[in-house]
Design a protein around this ligand. Structure first.
Ligand code: FE2
Length: 386
């Protein structure tokens, strides 16, 4: 049995005990992407991923600088933002990083206090607390920088009844492809530079009150060619989980290094979104044109019963069906999980999505890392970036 299993058992109770309560987080509020063409990106997320139109802001709502489309699927809210003029600072972000995640917004009860608690512990300010109002009430927002140019926005919405945020109007569309069963964000992963992982682990502990509840070193996460290290940070109630990766030295170029080269700095590597029925979700995503990493070899599927160990009889899914869809399986002592990874969703090999179904397991699929990374390396090799 690999080491990560012990670490998982080390457990969520310890998280509750060790996490500091100066920054209570109710959940993820939204994730904002800066993109080159928000109108077209919104069409992609509706058509391919089954997101629903929720809200809009732009010229029609009085914003002369940028247009934003808000999409929703169950608890997940994505905001896609594009600059409308050459003078917008968003252009600098886009020119440097390409399409990617700018804001991971966290839902809080008190955005002013969240700002004070984090900036007094060393966070760099992005937005001082500001009250925004419209006929539906008021929202308080504040923001701090995390790794790279990525931002955590704190959103307090207890006195707001509107669709999304002040400044946005409801977005009614005649084009409404069905959802694919995506429910909530399970975790969001950040890639940071060489030797910077522990610095950001310390930052999340000190500034945000998070705890490190899982660690993987380069001896656990490596293939014949490449390696990385990862530590998983969680807030006190376990709703927010941020694994942090850094590249490690190996014979060839780590996928994290490829990301850092093309994103031109640290940033969000993947969003893992949860489903209750991964077979249906993935079958629909594939039918709608979402591209996933190529499947692992046959022996991966032959070995699934052995990998599941005690949970073998608990598994409801048909292995042949999982193989047909290239879904991966991993287990820890508390259960198993099913997961699959998309190819990058933009031309730069940077951001991608993970679809995950947890059947009791609390880990991140460490047993799949080797198969997964070999699959990524085959893609890197095609790009000439291995
Ligand atoms: Fe993940």
């Amino acid at each position: 049995m690999s080491k990560h299993i012990e670490s998982v058992n080390y457990g969520l109770e310890k998280i509750f005990k060790d996490a500091k309560d100066f920054l209570p987080l109710l959940g993820t509020d939204y994730v904002e992407f800066y993109v080159g063409n928000a109108k077209q990106a919104a069409h992609f997320y509706k058509t391919a991923f089954g997101f629903q139109s929720l809200a809009y802001s732009g010229l029609e709502t009085g914003d002369r600088e940028k247009a934003s489309y808000v999409l929703k699927q169950d608890k997940i809210k994505l905001v896609l933002t594009t600059p409308l003029t050459s003078t917008s600072k968003i252009n600098d972000h886009l020119a440097k990083h390409g399409d990617g995640v700018k804001v991971i917004a966290l839902w809080v009860d008190d955005a002013k206090k969240a700002y004070e608690e984090t900036t007094s512990r060393g966070a760099k300010s992005y937005l001082e607390p500001v009250v925004e109002q419209d006929e539906n009430g008021e929202v308080v927002k504040s923001g701090i920088y995390t790794y790279g140019e990525t931002v955590h926005m704190f959103v307090e919405r207890k006195n707001y009844k509107g669709t999304f945020l002040p400044g946005y109007q409801k977005w009614e569309s005649d084009y409404n492809p069905k959802p694919v069963g995506l429910k909530y964000i399970d975790h969001m992963v950040g890639n940071v530079g060489w030797g910077e992982m522990n610095q950001w682990v310390d930052w999340y502990e000190k500034v945000m009150g998070f705890v490190n509840f899982l660690s993987f070193d380069d001896k656990q996460i490596h293939t014949e060619y490449s390696a990385l290290m990862s530590k998983v940070m969680s807030n006190g109630n376990g709703r927010i989980k941020f694994p942090i990766n850094e590249p490690a030295k190996a014979a060839k170029r780590s996928q994290i290094e490829e990301y850092l080269d093309f994103y031109e700095g640290p940033g969000v590597q993947h969003l893992a979104v949860a489903t209750d029925d991964i077979i249906t979700t993935v079958a629909q995503l594939k039918a709608r044109g979402v591209e996933f990493l190529p499947p692992p070899p046959q022996d991966y599927y032959d070995n699934i019963p052995a990998r599941l160990g005690a949970h073998k009889d608990m598994m409801k899914e048909d292995i042949k069906e999982l193989q047909r869809l290239s879904i991966l399986v991993d287990a820890d002592e508390e259960g198993y999980l099913l997961q699959i990874f998309t190819k990058p969703i933009e031309d730069r090999p940077t951001l991608f999505f993970e679809i995950i179904q947890r059947m009791g397991a609390k880990g991140f699929g460490a047993g799949n890392f080797k198969a997964l990374f070999e699959s990524i390396e085959r893609e890197q090799s095609k790009r000439g970036t291995l």
